[in-house]
Design a protein. Structure first.
Length: 263
């Protein structure tokens, strides 16, 4: 097993402290986690060790999660600044891999012109329509639950609203993962704001080579989103991989990412 370094911090433009670990050696690769996830509840279990044989892998807590701080007010641009600080620490440029809504953050970073030679995304959620009124209403409902300190209800509302199957939610409820997500429930609002800010026009502005991945076992909504994203981007490559709903096993995902970034 590749042993990560002791936790370090990068300082974002607004003074927010972004906690991260790095492992391996080779070109820098930053992993951007999904909604409600961070180093203490990671989507990247097993993946880091596999990637660290070819890359220096950076795994960080997005602002407001884990050991990272959280300067208000939230804005998508501040998450881009966080990645800029990490890229500086990584030597001035880095590949990005973003999972789910982490992929949306990665898209904003690439669109802003950060030094990202290549980008890979796994099922980032984006609406094909430019009408975001329903999404804005959902964000407001979620923010209301957080303001009322109803964190468990906020987690359930978010998971249900983004289409997580009932049986998956039932398996999570009452678990350590559920408690860990409750601890950062306020950041679910942030991911909703990122989603609202991500348009087909933004995708069209991202010219860096981008691998858009989907799982063969995901539902039509997710596979449709993946196809829409790939079609909207001028320099994208679309692949479907064997996996489960909204996920691909690390031993399948790592070779696909490695082949793309090293090509």
């Amino acid at each position: 097993m590749t042993k990560p370094t002791t936790s370090r911090t990068a300082t974002s433009r607004d003074g927010t402290s972004i906690a991260y670990e790095q492992a391996g050696s080779g070109p820098a690769l930053i992993l951007v986690d999904a909604a409600g996830h961070y180093r203490g509840l990671s989507s990247f279990g097993g993946l880091i060790d596999l990637l660290a044989t070819n890359f220096t892998v950076y795994h960080y807590d997005r602002r407001g999660r884990g050991d990272s701080t959280d300067t208000q007010p939230y804005a998508v641009e501040r998450e881009v600044d966080d990645l800029a600080a990490l890229i500086d620490d990584a030597g001035g440029e880095a590949f990005l891999y973003g999972f789910s809504s982490g992929g949306l953050v990665a898209l904003h970073a690439a669109a802003s012109g950060l030094a990202i030679p290549k980008l890979a995304l796994l099922e980032p959620p984006i609406e094909a329509t430019e009408d975001r009124s329903a999404q804005a209403a959902f964000t407001a409902e979620l923010a209301g639950l957080i303001a009322a300190e109803q964190r468990a209800a906020a987690v359930e509302h978010f998971l249900t609203g983004v289409g997580v199957p009932d049986e998956v939610i039932a398996g999570m409820r009452g678990s350590q993962s559920w408690s860990a997500m409750e601890a950062v429930a306020h950041t679910l609002v942030y991911d909703c704001m990122v989603s609202e800010a991500t348009s087909l026009h933004l995708l069209a502005s991202v010219s860096v080579p981008t691998l858009v991945l989907g799982s063969e076992a995901s539902g039509d909504d997710l596979t449709g989103m993946t196809a829409t994203i790939a079609k909207a981007m001028p320099n994208s490559f679309h692949r479907s991989l064997p996996g489960e709903w909204h996920g691909v096993p690390a031993d399948v995902l790592a070779p696909a990412l490695t082949e793309f970034f090293e090509r």
